[in-house]
Write a protein that binds this ligand. Structure first.
Ligand SMILES: [Zn+2]
Length: 314
């Protein structure tokens, strides 16, 4: 097929001084490969539920360099099966509300361009496997961008209600994560204190959560936890972060060094548990095939008893 056939021309109608039109030409950089049975009548949810492939033309393969570092991508594509006469400027959305096309995601718009945020599942040469795409099989791809969500993060940080709650209780989010046993989120947040995310920090988070579970410490009891710490390493930061017992709070944290990497965690009830990292824990972690930060998150999924000796102190 001739390369010129891949050229797609759009008419961008820009009224300059009320009269002239500007024509802009884009080039397809690849094609969507998806379920061939789907068409514009397929429910969006069904379209997005299946994985699709973005097959990028070889001449643009260089533009995929290090794309695996972008977990989320914005895919810009062309609704190539829409007819000119179908284009309209407003209509009913799927929820039945009347909206202008600029206030909706309808494909029926002056320039039939789709923009969808997807999750990158895999890269194989010039082919990307993605989740969440709502483009039909064969749709020409115009562009791919690494997704930028910084504006949403700014929104969360500047949310007045959220800020006032955090001012009143700076550990609100952490305690919610503990209540919901969200070890992965706690590891990310502990990483903000620790400076990096590592398997040792993950073990500290695991040990603290295990103790909170075992000692049946509820939200009210979090302020009464006490820690006796026998080691000063990455685990210590994980323990401090999750329990809230820190070097600065002398009444809740005692540093009593021994040759063990161990922590005794106590509840107000007087019940205590000593958790000692097994000597072969580093070897077990080394055997995890994931690398970098993924190794730390994979550590969270290891059986607790494989990593720690558990002693109950009544
Ligand atoms: Zn570390």
């Amino acid at each position: 097929m001739k390369k010129s056939l891949f050229l797609i021309t759009f008419l961008f109608i820009i009224y300059q001084y009320g009269s002239s039109m500007e024509k802009i030409t884009f080039r397809s950089i690849g094609k969507v490969s998806a379920n061939q049975e789907y068409d514009y009548n397929t429910p969006l949810k069904q379209l997005k539920s299946e994985q699709a492939r973005l097959v990028i033309d070889h001449e643009y393969a260089e533009a995929l360099l290090n794309i695996n570092e972008c977990e989320y991508l914005d895919v810009v594509f062309y609704f190539d099966r829409l007819k000119e006469e179908e284009i309209r400027l407003s209509g009913k959305t799927m929820s039945g509300v009347e909206r202008g096309s600029f206030a909706s995601r309808s494909p029926l718009r002056p320039n039939p361009i789709g923009v969808t945020t997807v999750r990158l599942v895999g890269v194989n040469g010039n082919e990307l496997t993605v989740e969440g795409l709502d483009a039909l099989d064969g749709s020409p791809i115009l562009d791919i961008k690494c997704c930028d969500t910084s504006i949403f993060a700014r929104g969360i940080e500047s949310d007045a209600v959220h800020l006032s709650l955090l001012k009143a209780d700076p550990r609100m989010e952490i305690n919610n994560n503990i209540a919901n046993r969200q070890a992965d989120l706690l590891l990310i947040k502990a990483g903000q204190l620790h400076g990096h995310i590592c398997p040792g920090l993950a073990m500290g988070v695991m040990a603290a959560l295990y103790a909170i579970d075992f000692l049946e410490i509820d939200a009210a009891g979090m302020n009464d936890i006490k820690v006796v710490c026998e080691a000063r390493n990455c685990l210590t930061d994980g323990i401090q972060f999750v329990t809230g017992c820190t070097f600065a709070k002398k009444s809740s944290f005692t540093y009593s060094p021994t040759d063990d990497v161990a922590f005794t965690i106590s509840a107000k009830s007087g019940k205590s548990i000593r958790l000692r990292a097994k000597d072969d824990a580093p070897d077990i972690i080394k055997s995890i095939s994931d690398e970098g930060n993924d190794k730390a998150f994979a550590t969270l999924a290891l059986p607790f008893e494989k990593l720690f000796d558990i002693s109950i102190i009544e």
